[in-house]
Design a protein around this ligand. Sequence first.
Ligand code: TPP
Ligand code: MG
Length: 605
Amino acid sequence: MDELRNVGVRQVFMLSGGGIMYLVDALGRSGLQYVCCHHEQAASIAAQANAMYANRLGVCLSTTGPGGTNALTGCAAAYVDSTPVLFLSGQVKTADFASLRKVRQFGAQENNIVAMAQPVVKYAVLVEKPQDALFELQKSIFIATHGRQGPVWVDIPLDVQSAEVEENDLRRFDPTVDLKNTPHEALACRETATDAAVDMAVRRTLELLRTAKRPLVLAGQGVIAANAQAALRSLVRRLGVPLVSTWRALEILGSDDPLFFGSPGLQAVRSANIITQGSDFLLVLGSRLDNMITAFSEPRFAQQAQKIVVDIDGNEIAKLAMTNVTPVVCDVAAFLERLNSALPAQPSVDYAGWRGFCEKMKARFPLLEEKQDKPSPLVDLYKIAAQIGSATARDDVLVVSSTSRCNTAGHIALSRKEGQRSISSMGMGAMGFALPSVVGGWFASGGKRVIMLEGDGSLQLNIQELQTIRHYGVNAKLFVFCNSGYAAIATMQDRNFAGFHVGSDEGSGVSMPSLEKIAEAYGFSFVRISTNDEIANGVDAVMAAEGAVLCEIVADMGFDEIPKCISSLTPEGKRVSAHLENPYPFLPAEELSAIYTELDDATKG
Ligand SMILES: Cc1ncc(C[n+]2csc(CCOP(=O)(O)OP(=O)(O)O)c2C)c(N)n1
Ligand SMILES: [Mg+2]
């Protein structure tokens, strides 16, 4: 616990148990703050959210057996989201190991959590000797926080937890010596480009900036992990180059910034995709360019652009089936530092024509004017998300659902301020992430107001954390999009299975409880917003209310997350994805080609 404090950890998210009794006791006496969740899955997610907000190590403590298996979800999420989280778990006494007897279980609630966690951690270890405890802890923390960050798991048997040791005799970890024989893969890419290679990439970038007519920067989470937000802002402002970002990097420029043009992807504001596809030089910084961004079509992604892709994990670049890619395997901060210092004092090219085109597209396709297939008198999710966005302050912590409509709306309709921290788990896309993230984010922010947007179905997973929010007096404004079921699944079944619903709405096995009664049971204030006319006053009422509030947004199952690159069947029966530049509802082909003619005209010469 002292070691955790020494590396800057402030909170540990936990649920107690006999299998961690000595660790729990030590935590209680350590001066670290312990936060008691009502489910280890929630503790694991809260620890990830805490790390995401603060950009430093998060810690989750769970007991043996079910404690560890429950925490695996947050661990897997931290792995795909590259979040540094330390998972500490208790294990049965070493003398009781089932493996000694070749049986399934011998110790109480025993299971092999290290083996289970292995595929979703950078490093997992069972500490079998008390003298190794500090070494393994230091090694794990080093690995979690270096290179491409991610989770680590340290499993500590009860007899190791309770052993008396001479502190000075404990083995210590030295990265220069102790990592020598560790495979490079296990450490997730600590082998990066040499300084000379980075300089070469910087020269190539400068050359492309001179020759390109339509340069664009695409910023991802890697920029934030590298703490390079300020360096990037300074770069794009000096050059006057437009920027798009992934959903996890929306804090780099505010939504209203004249250089910001949204997030390209499968579900996106139309203009962001048109602009990305129209670029002739794309500088990708710290984004793994996953399928949600490329809309499952890597070869067609920014097809006309020369691409420089900077990523700390070379495998993420190597996997890309794209042409014209110059890979730069290094930390984004290191690249930007060199690029910023190599820039000429005066920008040599003025991209005014290109910026003008981008602005025109942004103005021409406002999200709130996209036509829903099934218009409804109930609340429009994009409208209320936009209102919530404008009602937030820069200091607020935003927590956006990790899946479905609220995930999309929370990233494309909810406007952001520059530097505003936001939490959502992208890689897992799991239901149940929002409430624990409210807890983790609130503690990480030192008690700032937290604004959450979550679906009614997803709220049910980890709903027990309403009590954690209540217990700690979290200032949480919780907006719940209530469409009486799983719209994501119902829509999918409408499109692919002729409307045959299974496990997606009330008639097919899924119903939702009264949010008002839930608010009452947990002692939250309650606000209901039933129509678009009530949005402005309703959002104000939620924001103005004291303490924790649950807000029911009454909505229709038919509200869809458009524009969206939906797949369709060709006449030959082959399933193909829609092109990024023309998501559903489709623009007529002539309109799209006129747009690109306009782009050519704007950037000629
Ligand atoms: C843990 C988990 N289980 C299942 C899914 C599959 N899934 C994706 S969206 C969704 C429905 C979400 O319902 P809700 O939160 O009400 O959002 P809506 O689709 O209604 O907007 C389901 C079941 C998932 N993403 N995560
Ligand atoms: Mg729903």
